[in-house]
Design a protein around this ligand. Sequence first.
Ligand code: PEP
Ligand code: MG
Length: 588
Amino acid sequence: MVDPKKQVVLMKGIGVSSGIVIGKAYLLERGMPEPAHFCYLDTAEVDREVERFRAAVKESRDQMLRIKAKMEEDKRGKEHIRIIDAHLMILKDNMLINDTVKLIKGERVNAEWALTKVLEDLMEYFVKMDDPYIKERGSDIEHIVNRVMLNLSGSKHESVTDLKTPAIIVAHDVTPADTAQMDKNMVLSFLTDVGGRTSHSAITARSLEIPAVVGLEDITRRAETGDTIIVDGATGTVIINPSDSVIDVYRKRREKFESYATALFHYKDMPCETGDGKRIKLMGNMELAEELDSLLEHGAEGIGLYRTEFLYMNRKDLPSESEQIKAYKHIVKRMAPNPVIIRTLDVGADKVAAGMDGIKESNPAMGLRAIRFCLKNTAIFKTQIRAILRASAFGRIKMMFPMISGVEELRQAKSVLDEAKAELKAEALAYDEKMEIGAMIEVPSAAIIADLIVREVDFVSIGTNDLMQYSLAIDRVNEHVAYLYEPFHPAVLRVIKIVADAANKAGVSVGVCGEMAGEPAYAFILVGFGVDQLSMNATSILRVKRLIRSINFADAKKICKTITSLATATDVEGYISAKMPDLYKEEF
Ligand code: PEP
Ligand code: MG
């Protein structure tokens, strides 16, 4: 029962992963306050600051030792424990500690300010380094300094793995690295101040089937740990401290939602084809190996997008060739005889992986991301390509490159592939000589020249999340512009059509692996445009299959000819919703 004295708060955010949850809130505190600047301190104050700083260092060391002991108890890998040891070493480092104390005394400033200045000086040195290993040491120092700062300010830094009982996480932000660590039995849902529908944390929430609402702006100020919260991940509705009668209403809705999801299993073993016999391949998107069971249960006909960057997250070192081969082989074997499309590393923007913390960009979504990062770091790229090639000896693997912006870039990526093949040949290591190569079309420049790109590859896959981000100039993780993220926008539809037409004309397979593929209304348009493969998260597969089985390809094609001349997203939505089979009207 909810405390009647508590105020009921109704909030509306962006529902990014459907499902209804009623549970207790857990506020994840990880605020990093701006360092205050106090100067001209007197001698007693200076002594107090030095003492405060030393106490914060000691507290940080004790915390690290506790984490290390827990890791040893849980039998976590040596490499994790080595990171903690490295952090403990930094806390003993004379330069960091003595320089900070010297600065407090010399400049008569407060501890936070002195520590920030020492860190800035150290970082200047690390940022200039090209060697990713040395860069990484820089980010180790940053992490540990952040911990000391938090201890100085009395704030806490909490992790999603800290939960002792199942709860709804409330946080300012949740990163893809956090979602990758979420235990579905403990994290009932997550709610954040910031974020957008196609941010990678949102995508992982859908894959893990954790209901989530993002872009709530100030939920961290409105909810407290222990509050009862209702989350409707489909509509983005969040109710803090609801009345008992409202809880009852949502319990009934939850039952309805669950029985709807169960009823969809009726379609699981049916072929995915339109009424007039056009076959569409329905594949699964995955980030983590834990999603395989769910994808198979929902009848995925292979993997249409494996986001390999998650192999590189939540760790300090890079995955070796043999570690990657093992991971890829596992997926290929589980999916056999269906194919697995492995996308090469797409780090940058909202996904930060090992070796990247040192890169500071003012506009990371347009910066050194995905294929651009790989072509600058060819050793990392080549290791991955070798691993993918070697895993291809064990099953059907296709490989695709993300964020291709032009033919030259694609050729550069393919030349690294050729080098890797030559190396394997020389080493007498097996791989599939006929492994298909694809390009993701997610940058408008590539879409515009799709006719030139399709000549160079075996298939293309349209990444609508980024294609929309870049075509509409909307940062996909920014909640303030999320309202402009409109898949029915005529420009989005036209640009997709350019790619589908070019691929169809060249006889090259064209798929969509962005989030649009998993929504029935958008899938209807994609099929009408001639896309032959749709890849999505597990829970969308049967909804989309039901749609495809209830339409005719010839009708969809005709309808989609008309929509590219409509002027606004609202016009398109109205037109399509009227043409959708009756059973989908309720979903609009
Ligand atoms: C996309 O951009 O649509 C896509 C599938 O890739 P990601 O979401 O991983 O950027
Ligand atoms: Mg993308």
